[in-house]
Design a protein around this ligand. Structure first.
Ligand SMILES: Nc1nc2c(ncn2[C@@H]2O[C@H](COP(=O)(O)OP(=O)(O)O)[C@@H](O)[C@H]2O)c(=O)[nH]1
Ligand SMILES: [Mg+2]
Length: 376
């Protein structure tokens, strides 16, 4: 074991040995910051060695879903049921060694589903093909945890993802860090801090080498949340839980699984027996929060037949990316009718956030307005 690994293990052990209370709050906060910095160092070294590039998956469709679960929970069987893909299945571990993509249609949207090798404990340290799998998970829009009724404990698996910077069903902390190069560090907050009080915020920042600048904290954030912002490489992903092999489960067994998996409400399916798959697909589609945008050529009615599909929170920039040609270059402004418009025909720029059923005309350079009705 390298001395970096030893150091990481030491700090991990010390954190788990120390009981969290008012007296140890500062100490634990600093240790967690130290650990996060060491893990970043491990990532940097792994990348330097060319690790983590074993898989490259071309993303396609309007959103990407990753199937994550232990080996043999039925991920490949499910992919084959939901899409036209043919992923090898088998009653033994590690059937899937590569990532197999499939495509699912939901309403007007196409959703890419990725079948991945099962994650095993130790994945984030490079066990199995863990690091590669995790790097793909980080790039997905939604994680579908597939669960075996007999092994429903996801804690180890989720700890792996957590350790690799994946934040599941959380929103980014309301903390803004601005690094400076002189004048010291100021920490301010708009609410009373119960976790980061007593100078802990500044001490954590120092572990990250931040000695100058400002930190503004807008919620009663934890040390972990501040560390996430300072580390800067976290991804915030939506996740759903599906219990597979549910065809033989009794009502009591289901009720127990609901309790075990709370607060996330699991969806019960049987990939093999094709049970619950429609409800599953609806939950996936609904969770991805697609929006429909109607393009309107100037002087003509909007094209309501073939909306452009985007995601909630997307802006005109994402819209331009979906349109053919080089509109991102020639773009001058857009005109908006519909839910996101303050008044009909409002002129907006690239950063305007779109809403479902907006109607958009793109105005390009030289004052000629045009809208493109079809995506490529
Ligand atoms: N009873 C039952 N078995 C299933 C179901 N789905 C998959 N299996 C079986 O579980 C085993 C592992 O499936 P596979 O799709 O290869 O799992 P993966 O390793 O997660 O990709 C195979 O023998 C499947 O036939 C299901 O819904 N019910
Ligand atoms: Mg498989």
């Amino acid at each position: 074991m390298s001395s970096l690994e030893e150091h990481i293990t030491e700090v991990e052990d010390e954190i788990s040995r120390t009981k969290y209370n008012k007296a140890t709050q500062l100490h634990i906060g600093r240790l967690k910051a130290k650990l996060a910095v060491l893990r970043l160092e491990r990532e940097t070294r792994a990348k330097g060695k060319g690790g983590g590039t074993g898989y490259s998956v071309r993303k396609s469709g309007h959103a990407t879903v990753g199937l994550v679960g232990y080996p043999s929970v039925g991920k490949s069987t499910l992919l084959n049921r939901l899409t036209a893909a043919e992923s090898e299945t088998g009653a033994y571990d590690f059937t899937t060694l590569t990532i197999i993509p499939g495509m699912l249609r939901w309403g007007g949207a196409s959703i890419q589903i990725l079948d991945m090798p099962g994650l095993v404990p130790g994945a984030s340290k490079g066990k199995g093909r863990g690091r590669e799998v995790i790097s793909v998970v980080r790039s997905t829009d939604l994680i579908l945890f597939l669960i075996d009724p007999d092994h429903s404990n996801l804690r180890a698996l989720q700890a792996e993802l957590e350790g690799a910077g994946v934040r599941i069903n959380q929103r980014p902390p309301r903390i803004v860090v601005q690094r400076g190069d002189r004048g010291g560090l100021t920490v301010s907050s708009t609410v009373r801090l119960t976790h980061l009080a007593g100078g802990l915020a500044a001490q954590i920042a120092r572990e990250f080498g931040v000695h100058n600048g400002s930190i503004v904290i807008r919620e009663d954030a934890t040390a972990d949340q501040l560390i996430d912002v300072l580390a800067g490489n976290r991804v915030y992903v939506v996740a759903l839980n599906a219990v597979n092999k549910a065809e033989g489960l009794t009502a009591d067994q289901r009720a127990k699984l609901v309790v075990d998996l709370a607060p996330a409400e699991p969806i019960f399916i049987s990939a093999r027996e094709k049970q619950g798959l429609e409800a599953l697909v609806d939950r996936i589609g609904g969770s991805l929060k697609f929006i429909r945008i109607y393009m309107k050529p100037p002087g003509l009615p909007p094209d309501k037949e073939e909306p452009l599909i985007l995601r909630n929170g997307d802006t005109i920039t994402e819209l331009l990316r979906r349109l053919p040609g080089d509109l991102h270059r020639t773009f001058r402004a857009a005109q908006i009718w519909g839910p996101s418009a303050r008044f009909p025909g409002q002129t907006v720029g690239r950063d305007h956030v779109l809403e479902d059923e907006d109607i958009v005309t793109v105005v390009v350079a030289r004052g000629t307005a045009r809208a493109v009705a079809e995506a490529p």
